[in-house]
Design a protein around this ligand. Sequence first.
Ligand code: GCO
Length: 452
Amino acid sequence: MREIHLPSNSMMLSKDFLYGVATSSFQIEGDRDGRVDCIWDTFCQQAGTIEDGTNGDTACNHIALWREDIEMIDELGVDAYRLSISWPRVINPDGTTNKVGLRFYTNLVDAMVNRGIKVFVTLYHWDLPQYLEDNGGWLNRETAYAFQTYAEVVAKTLGEKVYAYATLNEPFCSAYLGYEVGIHAPGKTGVANGRKAAHHLLLAHGLALQVLNRLCPNSLNGVVLNFSTCHSATDSESDKRAAKMADDYHNQWYLKPLLEGKYPDIIHALAVEDRPDIREGDMAIISQTIDYLGINFYTRTIYKASDSNWFDVVPPTSTELTAMGWEITPDAFTELLVDLHQQYRLPPIYITENGAAMDDEMVEGNVLDDDRTAYFHTHLNAVNNAIEKGVNIRGYFAWSLMDNFEWALGYSKRFGIVYVDYDTLQRTVKQSGRAYAKLVKSRINGYISGTK
Ligand code: GCO
């Protein structure tokens, strides 16, 4: 069996470094009857949106099987579980709260805390209530204020039992994929829409952060961003410039406002009508201090200059790909972390997602996914390399606890360290899950000599 090894002096082998597993509400919960519709329910009903024509009606049926799932998390021995709350399971269209939905999350969090598992709650992992989308969704500034109200309900209910709150997961995906290129819900398109949605999401983050800091000052309150390092296809000046523009447009567009209160300069390259409407005070709300930054990383992206003075994606040339067709690039992970550390005054970092979809096969009750274990091995070592270069990284979450609904790709891609049989919903820990558990359990208490 393949294993995950770190250098013997790695601080990631001490219990000061936190290990967890991550999921999100729409991807695992099911039980559509227990909540109102979200934009993904609507999107799934539209022809041609989801590769395998599936939806989230049942998913992993986690709402029914949550006790078993907690048991499984506990058996893996991880320190923390990162989950998201379904906004449409908590707030009804008339503004009243869904008591059953709220009780579900209270029970879940209590059960975790009782087992000594730290809970990381994400408030928004893309499942916007459809009734808000009907009023414009993230194109409507009011949605940011509705999010603040929802955050208050959650913070009052779960309070400081939650170790860490994240306001948003990957606003890049919500804004760009959902409102600019339309491959995610709600399927809208256009630069103006994408940039407007991004601004309202960032505003929503800031407004929710105010509430979290007021009601849960002892929880860690932050946000989760995804990054793909932007590499240039060639050494030509125009391609290098294109890669830099892509980085500004896709990565820094979210981080710079949060940490420095301004958008990157590429905003000036946009037509005036495509720029977001930034009102007085917005950037101050957006750039309040966060306790931590969650970073999600999967792969790098290669760019070349486009004819229109913009940037184009170049497909990977490497043969080392995951089942998503994503290049396996652990060095780019270290590079990303070190670059961000050099560029910004970063708060403490948690790697809130990292993992790989692979073509898993269940053979006689086992999934021998050495390829996924190898991915974890190289990427955890990449994190260790960044720590050695001075980046303050406190923890790592494997994406994902179990196979689940992979958005526009439906159930066709498996990211789990636990296999889910979608006919029986039976869960089986994969070999990578055992390797991860072994690493987690091998840690020792306290300080490791030789580390900073
Ligand atoms: C994301 C989301 C997850 C995905 C995962 C794999 O990072 O896109 O947080 O919901 O399932 O990233 O694509």
